[in-house]
Ligand binder design. Structure first.
Ligand code: 5GP
Length: 198
């Protein structure tokens, strides 16, 4: 019997301000068959963020209940807020035959790799810390203290990037997008090893 086609799980991480969100949106325009897994978070929405599209914005009690019920594939505390990926979201995407894209931090990515060894981890690197700092400042969504936290956190994240399957430097959006597209399409080669998701 022919096995049912299942999608693959791709995890994208990188320091705050590296341009993950912009790259992800550009990726969805240039590669078919991808679906973004919307995470849950306890952080307050930023202006223009839409509940259910950017995140599922939930309160801490609700988040804790979901943890207790074992509903998360992974979860982590990042910059003082909680974030998590619901198993049911990822399962639904993969069973539809599409590839799932998670945009999560390094702690979460390593948890995913542990439970789903077939997942592909991609780390987006800034060209330099100086450039990262100026991108974050330009974005202007964080207060000074949060900004400092995000920059110091990025050093730890970059150290853990050695455990990722692929690194993409975002020095130029077009070039980074092309690298990302090639990585994803490379895994669609039928010669590649099977995927897993329980
Ligand atoms: P932001 O508050 O800027 O949207 O996200 C802060 C960090 O949390 C980013 O590194 C982002 O990738 C990460 N993040 C977003 N969703 C999740 C998630 O579901 N799980 C984990 N572990 N990290 C997440």
């Amino acid at each position: 019997m022919t096995p049912i086609a299942k999608g693959r799980l791709f995890v994208i991480s990188g320091p705050s301000g590296v341009g993950k969100g912009t790259l992800r949106k550009a990726l969805f325009k240039s590669v078919q068959g991808l679906e973004y897994s919307v995470s849950c978070t306890t952080r307050e929405p930023r202006n223009r963020e839409i509940d259910g599209v950017d995140y599922q914005f939930i309160d801490l009690d609700h988040f804790k209940d979901l943890v207790k019920e074992g509903r998360f594939l992974e979860w982590a505390e990042v910059h003082g807020n909680f974030y998590g990926t619901l198993k049911e979201n990822v399962k639904r995407i993969l069973e539809s035959g599409r590839d799932a894209i998670l945009e999560i931090d390094v702690q979460g990515a390593l948890q995913v790799k542990e439970s789903e060894p077939g997942a592909v981890l991609i780390f987006i690197m800034p060209p330099s810390e100086k450039e990262l700092r100026s991108r974050l400042k330009r974005r202007g969504t964080e207060k000074e203290e949060d900004l400092r936290n995000r920059i110091s956190g990025s050093r730890d994240e970059m150290l853990l990037s050695a455990r990722y399957d692929h690194l993409v430097v975002n020095d130029d959006l077009g070039r980074a997008l092309e690298s990302l597209r090639k990585i994803i399409e490379g895994y669609r080669d039928p010669q590649r090893s099977p995927k897993s998701f329980s």
